[in-house]
Design a protein around this ligand. Structure first.
Ligand code: ADP
Ligand code: MG
Length: 249
C-alpha cells in the first residue's frame, strides 16, 4: 500500500526552482532516504510534504487522499509525523508527561479540550506512553524533568513524542545534525530498532552516507530540485550520475 505519493511536486522561490517536478512514492513499511548536495531541495521537499510550504504546483497524496490545501496539523492528525524538533518537548514536564501529552493529543486532536471529558481512555494512553518510552529507551528516566535530560536523551524523547502519535509515516530532516559520533550511533541504532519493532515507514534526510546506506531500504537522490537517481543503497552507490553530482557538483 502506498503511504505517500507526490506527482510533479514543484516549489519555486522567485526564479529558483528548489523542488522540480518530483514524483515519489513510498510504500507501507519502507524506509526511504532523500539525499543530495547542499541546496538540492531536500528540506524544501520535506516542508512541502508536511504542508509547512505551499507548492507552486503538483500533487501530494497521503494514505490515498490529496493533502493539498490542508493545514499542517491536519496532516499530523492523519498520521504524518516529523521528528527531532526540540520545540516538541515541554521542558518543565517529566519525560512521562511529555509522552502522555503526545499520546493524548493524537488520540483526541486537542488534549486540552478533551482530556477531562475522556478519562475512560486514560489507561490506554498511559500504556501507550509507557510502550513508547520503552521503545526509545527512556522508561527508567520517565519521572525525570525533560529539561534535565542530556542531549542524546532529549533526541530520544523527541522521537518518542513523534511515535506516541502512532504515525503512519515519520519524517526526519538531518536527525543527527550536531551530534557527537556516539550520539549519532545511538540515534541511528534507535531508528533502526524502532523501524523493525513498529514496521515504521519513514522518509529521512541525512548527509552521512554511512548512515544512509545502513538504514535505508531505498534511496532517492535529489540534485538541483530534480530526482537524478533512485534505488537500493548498492544501486545508488554505483550510479555514475550520483558520483557526478557529489564530486563534480
Ligand atoms: P537542502 O535541504 O537540500 O540543503 P533546501 O531545500 O534547504 O536544500 O534549499 C533548496 C534551495 O532553495 C536552495 O537554493 C535554497 O537557498 C533555496 N531556498 C530554500 N528555502 C528558501 C526560501 N524560503 N526562500 C528562498 N529560497 C529558498
Ligand atoms: Mg536541508
Amino acid at each position: 500500500m502506498t503511504v505517500l505519493k507526490t506527482e510533479q511536486l514543484t516549489k519555486q522561490f522567485g526564479g529558483l526552482t528548489a523542488v522540480d517536478e518530483v514524483d515519489l512514492e513510498i510504500e507501507q513499511g519502507e524506509g526511504v532516504s532523500l539525499i543530495g548536495p547542499n541546496g538540492a531541495g531536500k528540506s524544501t521537499f520535506i516542508n512541502l510534504v508536511t504542508r509547512r510550504l505551499e507548492p507552486s504546483y503538483g500533487e501530494i497524496a497521503f494514505q490515498g487522499d490529496s493533502i493539498i490545501g490542508m493545514d499542517p496539523h491536519e496532516v499530523v492528525q492523519r498520521g504524518m509525523s516529523k521528528s527531532f524538533q526540540t520545540a516538541s518537548i515541554f521542558p518543565e514536564l517529566t519525560v512521562k508527561e511529555n509522552a502522555t501529552i503526545a499520546a493524548l493529543a493524537a488520540e483526541h486532536g486537542s488534549f486540552r479540550f478533551n482530556f477531562f471529558r475522556n478519562q475512560n481512555s486514560y489507561p490506554a494512553v498511559d500504556e501507550l506512553a509507557n510502550e513508547v518510552l520503552e521503545s526509545v529507551g527512556l522508561y527508567d528516566e520517565r519521572e525525570d524533568q525533560a529539561d534535565s535530560l542530556d542531549y542524546g536523551n532529549k533526541r530520544r524523547l523527541e522521537l518518542g513524542i513523534a511515535l506516541a502519535a502512532e504515525p503512519d509515516m515519520l519524517l526526519m530532516d538531518e536527525p543527527t545534525a550536531g551530534m557527537s559520533p556516539d550520539e549519532t550511533k545511538s540515534t541511528v541504532d534507535l531508528i533502526k530498532r524502532v523501524k523493525d519493532e513498529l514496521d515504521l515507514t519513514f522518509l529521512l534526510v541525512e548527509h552521512d552516507m554511512e548512515i544512509v546506506f545502513d538504514i535505508s531500504d531505498r534511496i532517492v537522490v535529489l540534485n538541483r530540485g530534480s530526482v537524478i537517481a533512485e534505488g537500493t543503497p548498492t544501486e545508488v552507490q554505483n550510479d555514475p550520475a550520483v558520483q557526478e553530482a557529489y564530486l563534480g557538483g
